[in-house]
Ligand binder design. Structure first.
Ligand code: PLP
Length: 851
């Protein structure tokens, strides 16, 4: 049967027509008053439409709109939201406008494979997407000039459907563009903007969808067009769907197609931010464009691209980084390699971690061709420097040029509206309806004025909402699975509001160890069924469709919740974890559990969401929590030590988990007074919020990207784009490369034989040969630190030495310092290239240590 369809737009009465505008901007997702309007139109339909306002408005009966247009209260509220929306859009005093310190030409293009902006736009899978969505929203709030680029998937986020045995099956509902909060990008003649993307001997076409996100826009490429072959149309079918070949096709459409799409729309970013390696191919399209536009060579154009590109890595697991078979890469990239006039071998080298590597890795490409790289938490930065040390083999690990910018969350999107109202009441001087910048530390100074009673009341309101949600979901699920009426009915009794509630929700990747809690069921029984201090647990999470081990974890937990009388009704598993479930959970639990295998959780963000809403952290010292714990207002499972085996780690950490709950968490929670409040607990909640909320948010994070990366990338990109500059730098690099083998340090003064006293000056001298280079081309450094365990040095300080003269064919260098520390001092001498026109001299690496 062939089914045809067409769309009928609702006809909104004039005085409530703003609903349409509201439905077209994802701004509503972080503005409760706006959401409330949709809820008031039709609560049930709003839920049924998965909070997708466009679909929703199309389904509301016309009669209801007529009614609402005559409802004075509704119209009044709508006008308030309208005013606040326009104020937001037109506010000239954004953080960016008041703080910017570049030349005002900055525009960052942010590329990501997934975006979690709202439930109604299911183009995300997990934490990476959440982070990208929150980055966009904070950019909007700060007025930061950023646009997003991604893909529009025909099939949304995987839905998890559990069978009676607790086995996860998947459903992929279609995203119907006509009912999505997206609009097609048109040219000035009203025609679709379509970009051509050469793809392995074929040309695929992609159209562009725009998603307004407050003050910023997200552009999504879509190959599902009539003009394309079925195989081409399938490229953007599913997020992370298909085989390796489809993955590389997706990534070329995202990276190369994305740059072409921006060009086609006349958008000219000055900075490109690659969020995870997936979009790294964009670097090559940029090089090609610059080569053609400025008539430059590959080496010259590469300087400009490198100086203006930012790369964020998210994956501390090697296999999680994008690796491809070089043959497959060649099939699709040879066309672009030809355009760059470089050899295939030169191209291949850019993606090889080591000369002997068998795969082409996009993380490696991005690290080599971006001057600014970072991991997403301090610990993850350190792990990434170790992980990619092979790209800078002679450099001490601590100096590998991958820094860290710790992740955050978009607070307004994750705080419950009850908490939001409470915080505003006490933290804001007047009853502003306006913007809320959680990274403004002044805001939190008054946090202690919030009365315990009110904080506790709000917390329990949210807890009750979570319990109701869990009961409803469970009933629906059991009914669908064909359980008998009694079983379904019993679901109304799961979880008790006055019982300590611990939540765990995340993707069921095995390194996240969802089953650690179940290591010793007798011990868990004692905790759950402690008569004086009972504990209950809420679990949720999806496994990747191909991850059988993850699915086994789910089955095990669901089985225990359904069949083990000790845990029935006290440990529950909520089906289909998504942004909405996540919100209920992080806003309603007392404690948020996080027990990945350290250091595999790059950052983790769900714990930040929970903390903002007053849940206390119970976490392994990994990711963001490694920067907070051990502390007075949360609990750290285990320590930072390494274990002999996985089994040992699990045993030690499970023990730590059980005893923390038994000996510290439950007693603190149940230290309740006559009013049923534990002062101890509420104080912990306050301390936790005060310490965590001001820092672990994306406003702070986006500001950091701005201060540390975007400003520099914008400036260097422009300096290097000036006439002749890229050619000059490329020629200089060539000179460095050709002469480096002749560069050496000789004849250093011997280290002082007798101990010197603290504060005494010591002079260090060296003779340096530079081949065809001159002292202006290099920096000679006295490198102070501690001898490491691997014959390397751990840097404490590097001091530039001064050139004081030339004798024969060598230069004399010296420096006089008073040592910074007492005890044994280790030092070494080294030479690096030096050039003010480039952002860092370590890529590619030229370094000469004294032999
Ligand atoms: C926050 C969030 C994540 C990421 O949480 P982690 O702590 O990084 O695992 C994943 N999925 C959803 C739906 C979320 O809301």
């Amino acid at each position: 049967m062939k089914i045809h369809s067409f769309n009928v737009q609702p006809h909104l009465p004039e005085n409530i027509k703003f609903l349409e505008e509201l439905a077209n901007d994802m701004w509503f997702t972080w503005n409760w008053q706006a959401i409330l309007l949709f809820v008031q139109v039709d609560d049930e339909l709003w839920t049924a439409s998965k909070r997708n306002p466009k679909w929703f408005l199309g389904s509301v009966p016309q009669k209801r709109f007529e009614e609402l247009s005559k409802d004075k209260n509704f119209v009044e509220q709508l006008n308030k939201v309208k005013e606040s929306y326009y104020n937001y859009k037109n506010n000239p005093h954004t953080w960016y406008n008041d703080h910017k310190h570049e030349n005002g030409k900055l525009l960052t293009a942010y590329f990501s494979m997934e975006y979690g902006i709202g439930e109604g736009l299911p183009i995300y899978s997990g934490g990476l997407g959440m982070l990208a969505g929150d980055h966009m929203k904070s950019a909007s709030d700060l007025g930061m000039p950023i646009i997003g680029v991604g893909l529009f998937y025909k099939q949304g986020y995987v839905q998890q459907v559990l069978n009676r045995e607790g086995w996860q099956n998947e459903e992929y509902p279609d995203n119907d563009w006509a009912h999505m909060p997206v609009e097609r990008v048109l040219d000035k003649n009203g025609k679709d903007v379509v970009v051509d993307i050469p793809l392995g001997g074929e040309t695929v076409k992609a159209c562009i969808w725009r998603v307004p996100v407050g003050r910023t826009s997200l552009y999504l490429l879509d190959t599902n067009l009539q003009e394309n072959t079925p195989a081409q149309r399938a490229i953007t079918e599913k997020l992370y769907g298909g085989d390796r070949e489809n993955r590389i096709r997706q990534e070329i459409v995202l990276g190369i197609g994305g740059v072409r799409a921006l060009t086609a729309m006349g958008i000219k970013p000055t900075v490109y931010h690659i969020n995870e390696g997936h979009s790294a191919f964009l670097l090559f399209q940029r090089i090609i464009d610059i080569m053609q536009e400025k008539n430059l060579t590959f080496a010259q154009a590469r300087e400009i691209v490198w100086g203006s590109s930012v790369f964020t890595t998210h994956t501390p697991v090697i296999a999680g980084n994008e690796h491809f078979d070089p043959q497959l890469v060649r099939k699709y990239m040879q066309y672009y390699v030809d355009q760059m006039h470089i050899s295939w071998e030169q191209f291949l080298e850019l993606g090889k971690e080591k000369p002997t590597s068998a795969t082409y890795c996009l993380t490696v490409v991005a690290l080599r061709l971006s001057a600014y790289s970072n991991g997403v938490a301090k610990l993850h930065g350190a792990v990434s420097r170790e992980m990619w040390h092979n790209l800078w083999p002679e450099l001490p690990v601590s100096e590998v040029p991958v820094t860290s910018i710790t992740n955050g969350i978009h607070s307004s999107s994750w705080i419950s509206h009850e908490h939001n109202e409470l915080f505003r009441k006490y933290l804001f001087d007047n009853d502003q309806f306006g913007e809320f910048d959680p990274s403004d530390e002044k805001l939190w100074k008054k946090f202690d004025t919030i009365p315990n009673k009110e904080l506790w009341k709000v917390h329990n309101e949210r807890k009750n909402k979570l319990i109701t949600l869990v009961q409803e979901r469970l009933k629906r699920q059991l009914k669908r699975q064909g359980f008998d009426v009694m079983t379904v009915k019993k679901a109304s009794n799961v979880l008790q509001p006055d019982v300590l509630t611990i939540g765990f929700a995340r993707r069921f990747a095995t390194y996240k160890r969802a089953t650690l809690l179940f290591k010793d069921l007798n011990r868990l029984d004692k905790i759950v069924n402690n008569p004086a201090r009972p504990v209950q647990f809420v679990f949720a999470g999806k496994a990747h469709p191909a991850d059988t081990a993850g699915k086994e974890y789910i089955k095990l937990i669901v089985g225990l919740t359904q069949n083990d009388p000790r845990f029935k009704g006290k440990i529950v598993f909520v089906e289909d974890y998504n942004m909405n479930t996540a919100r209920y959970m992080v806003q309603g639990v007392d404690v948020w559990l996080n027990n990945p295998i350290r250091p595999m959780e790059a950052s983790g963000t769900s714990g930040m969401k929970a903390a903002l809403n007053g849940a206390l952290a119970l976490s392994v010292l990994d990711g963001w929590w490694d920067e907070v714990g051990p502390c007075e207002f949360g609990w750290s499972i285990g320590g930072p030590e390494n274990y002999k085996s996985d089994a040992e780690r699990d045993a030690v950490e499970a023990e730590s988990l059980y005893s923390l709950i038994e000996q510290e968490i439950a007693p603190a929670y149940y230290a309740k007074d006559e009013a049923g409040m534990s002062k101890t607990w509420i104080n912990l909640m306050k301390e936790s919020i005060k310490h965590i909320a001001p820092f672990f948010n994306t406003n702070r994070m986006v500001k950091e990207y701005y201060e540390r990366f975007y400003v520099a990338a914008n400036n260097y990109g422009q300096i290097l784009s000036e006439d002749g500059k890229a050619a000059e730098v490329a020629a200089w690099r060539q000179k460095i490369a050709e002469n480096w083998y002749r560069v050496s340090v000789t004849d250093t003064t011997a280290a002082p034989e007798k101990a010197i006293s603290m504060g005494e000056q010591v002079k260090f001298t060296a003779r340096v040969t530079l081949g065809g280079l001159s002292p202006e081309d290099v920096q000679v450094e006295l490198y102070l630190g501690k001898r490491g365990t691997r014959g390397d040095m751990v840097k404490e300080n590097a001091v530039a030495m001064k050139c004081v003269g030339q004798k024969d064919n060598a230069y004399n260098y010296e420096v006089t310092i008073a040592p910074f520390n007492s005890g044994r001092q280790d030092y070494a001498l080294r030479i690096l290239p030096a050039n003010n026109a480039i952002p860092n001299v370590l890529t590619p690496l030229f370094i000469r240590w004294e032999e």
